[in-house]
Ligand binder design. Sequence first.
Ligand SMILES: NC(=O)c1ccc[n+]([C@@H]2O[C@H](COP(=O)([O-])OP(=O)(O)OC[C@H]3O[C@@H](n4cnc5c(N)ncnc54)[C@H](OP(=O)(O)O)[C@@H]3O)[C@@H](O)[C@H]2O)c1
Length: 226
Amino acid sequence: MKIGIIGSGNMGRSLGILWAEQGHQVFFGARTAEKGKAVAEFAKLGTQGGSNDEAAMFGDVLLYSVRGVNPEDVFTSTEVLTGKTLIDPNNFEIPEDFKYQPIIKSLAEKLAEEVPNASVVKAFNTIPMEVFELAPEPLKEHNVSVFIAADNLEAKQVVVQLVQDIGFNPIDSGNLRNARLIEGLADLERFLIIHQQMGGYAVPSINFLPAAQIQRLGGRQASNLK
Ligand SMILES: NC(=O)c1ccc[n+]([C@@H]2O[C@H](COP(=O)([O-])OP(=O)(O)OC[C@H]3O[C@@H](n4cnc5c(N)ncnc54)[C@H](OP(=O)(O)O)[C@@H]3O)[C@@H](O)[C@H]2O)c1
């Protein structure tokens, strides 16, 4: 797959290297071509680097690791995004004292409004970059979930594959509106990691369990609650 990295900071560099290790063609983009090239030089693995415009032109799939900046201000023209899958790994800025506001509209939905010509897919925002250092091994042993929300099913499927390629367990989390829930989960994780300092890196592992053979607790009774 041809992948363009938009913004080659911690998330962009880490995911770009992991995908290149799996044989994908990766182009690191940055605000200056020099930085993009420097990251490609660091990554090696046949990667290329340059401007964000060049990365967007190169990739069929793009990682948009630029928080809260309208693509209009990142690219010379957003026409370059037409028909592309745009992965959004972004989270809100951590507010003072971790007093998060309820999420009325997710960053991913806002991005999708800004670039209706692209297919936005929420993914990877619940994974601290330090966890990428463990991928794909020994990460695979830990069944780490990556929640994926998108309206375009084809684009979602492409991201499911990219998630699996690097050792994570993709969880189809429905349409893009559900990015609100996924971004909220990342807020909780960052509270646990940074504020509570629970040690290590809190990541979600969703398990799907079979029903018990015998319901000795009485089972789920009829209820008026929705
Ligand atoms: N780090 C984590 O553990 C982690 C985990 C989950 C989600 N996230 C989320 O992922 C996103 C990126 O985080 P990060 O850790 O990669 O941050 P970072 O290392 O600070 O990188 C930020 C990137 O944004 C780009 N950027 C900043 N301002 C810009 C502007 N005005 N125009 C264009 N590009 C701009 C930078 O571009 P240049 O390359 O040109 O300098 C850089 O590549 C954030 O939303 C963050 O919440 C981070």
